[in-house]
Design a protein around this ligand. Structure first.
Ligand code: S3P
Length: 180
């Protein structure tokens, strides 16, 4: 029996590095499941009235991680919700454990090269505002790989369209729910 069999799976949580498609896949999956959609970064921005980049700049990363923990704790009572998480959220393994207590956790994975292609035109991610963002992506993937691999499902998005990724995610979610 896998641990999904004895778990309460009310929600679907998407984890993974920035640029793996958590928000776009999550929105589409929520629509098809008739679930609500929430994004932890958006919740933090709404609650603080600040952009994530402002929080990093004014209060530092540790303060942002504290907001993430508070948001994760508040999610445990949610039902029928797709949750897209910020890329660093599950590096605190207690956040991952909390998500697993109510959600199937799916990690969207991509190579550093694919991630770079997807994020290179974007400027809103504080962790990539460095001299060598490609090296930073590699470093983050290496650091966080062990946490990401603890997801219930690891899905490579590299050669798949968003639609295909959504289909795979929904397939895994339905399997996990019917196995209960
Ligand atoms: C972060 C990823 C971002 C956001 C913040 C920190 C990270 O979310 O939470 O900039 O540590 O990888 P996305 O993964 O949605 O870009």
């Amino acid at each position: 029996m896998s641990d999904c069999d004895v778990r309460s799976i009310h929600n679907l949580a998407l984890i993974g590095l920035m640029g793996t498609g958590k928000s776009s896949v999550g929105r589409a999956a929520a629509e098809l499941l008739h679930f609500a959609f929430i994004d932890t970064d958006e919740l933090i921005e709404n609650e603080t009235g600040k952009k994530i980049s402002e929080i990093f700049m004014q209060q530092g990363e540790a303060a942002f991680r504290k907001y993430e923990r508070d948001v994760v704790n508040a999610l445990s009572t949610r039902r029928r919700t797709v949750i897209a998480t910020g890329g660093g959220l599950v590096t605190d393994l207690s956040n991952l454990a909390s998500l697993k207590s109510h959600a199937l956790v799916v990690c969207l994975w991509a190579s550093p090269e694919t991630i770079w292609q997807r994020v290179r035109e974007q400027t809103h991610r504080p962790l990539l505002q460095t001299a060598d963002p490609q090296a930073k992506i590699k470093e983050l993937l290496e650091q966080r790989g062990p946490a990401y691999r603890q997801a219930d499902v690891l899905l490579h998005t590299g050669f798949r369209s968003t639609k295909e990724v959504v289909q795979q995610v929904l397939h895994q979610f339905n399997l996990a729910r019917s196995a209960k």
